[in-house]
Design a protein around this ligand. Structure first.
Ligand code: GLN
Length: 281
């Protein structure tokens, strides 16, 4: 019986990247390996020629198998970076996307840092938008809502980990504004579900593993956005802003909804891939 030498971390990552394939393969392999080793990313560079012990090889192989079967890396590691924050995520929360950072940027442009503003994030999931705003605007008070108690528990742990005491959480379901009671806000932001319920993409990639309630919204994907736009006027301060993330082909329809509801300064902003992504008014 010949004893195989333990492979180096670099060999393990290279082999796993080949098996995963795709543009992100190497990054994904590193994230999974570092999760097994409980090490930060920076550690790997100085330890690429270290051997990977057998127990960790087994644990890594199990995670790799799940990834090859489609599970999102963020659910396998339980972590996802968003804005400047390392966030806990789990299958009760949507995985924060880089596109949503555009919404955070647009919100911050409208939030003077020296004012004690009231902000809301409707459908906060892991807390990504609410916590990014709270970390950039320490004087602001942020209310984060979600229909899922399990998601709110994740968001609250993320707030605690990042010591963001200026975020409150409230559970609320199909009536998006019920958790806001009769409060008014200087800015309301939301990344609601906006995919058409029959869209085949829901059966593909990471979306298969994410909560359907965070993704799908009626025949045209606009059921929730219609409610959010219609109700915003009752919950915004004069001069306040509503910002909504949406799909690349929904900009025209959503601008029309904003305009019918009486918002001014309505515009749609494109993401880095030059696709309509956020409408505000
Ligand atoms: N941006 C996500 C996607 O299309 C959808 C997020 C959402 O519905 N809010 O992958």
């Amino acid at each position: 019986m010949s004893l195989q030498p333990e492979p180096t971390l670099r060999q393990v990552v290279t082999d796993a990247s080949t098996r995963l394939g795709g543009v992100d393969a190497r990054h994904e392999a590193e994230l999974l390996l570092l999760h097994v080793l409980e090490r930060p990313r920076s550690w790997l560079f100085a330890h690429a020629t270290d051997p990977l012990p057998a127990a960790e090889q087994t644990a890594f192989e199990a995670l790799l198998g799940r990834r090859l079967a489609g599970e999102p890396v963020a659910y396998l590691t339980g972590r996802r970076g968003f804005w400047t924050l390392d966030l806990e995520v789990d299958p009760a929360t949507l995985i924060p996307r880089p596109e949503t950072e555009l919404l955070v940027e647009l919100a911050l442009e409208r939030l003077p840092p020296d004012l004690a503003l009231h902000l809301a994030d409707l459908g906060t999931g892991s807390g990504a938008i609410a916590l990014a705003l709270a970390s950039e605007r320490p004087l602001a008070q942020v209310l984060a809502t979600d229909a899922s108690a399990a998601a709110l528990a994740v968001a609250a742990r993320n707030a605690a980990r990042h010591e963001l005491g200026n975020v409150r959480f409230a559970e609320g379901g199909h009536d998006w504004y019920a958790p806001l009671r009769c409060e008014r806000f200087d800015l309301i932001a939301s990344n609601p579900p906006y995919i058409a319920s029959a869209d085949p993409h829901l059966q593909q990639g990471d979306l298969r593993f994410e909560p359907a309630t965070a993704l799908a919204s009626g025949v045209d994907g606009l059921d929730d956005i219609r409610r959010i736009v219609a109700g915003g006027g009752d919950h915004l301060q004069p001069g306040g802003w509503l910002l909504i993330e949406h799909g690349w082909d929904q900009g025209d329809a959503i601008r029309a909804l904003f305009e019918q509801a009486g918002y001014s300064d309505v515009q749609t902003v494109q993401d880095l891939e030059q696709r309509d992504r956020v409408t505000l008014g």
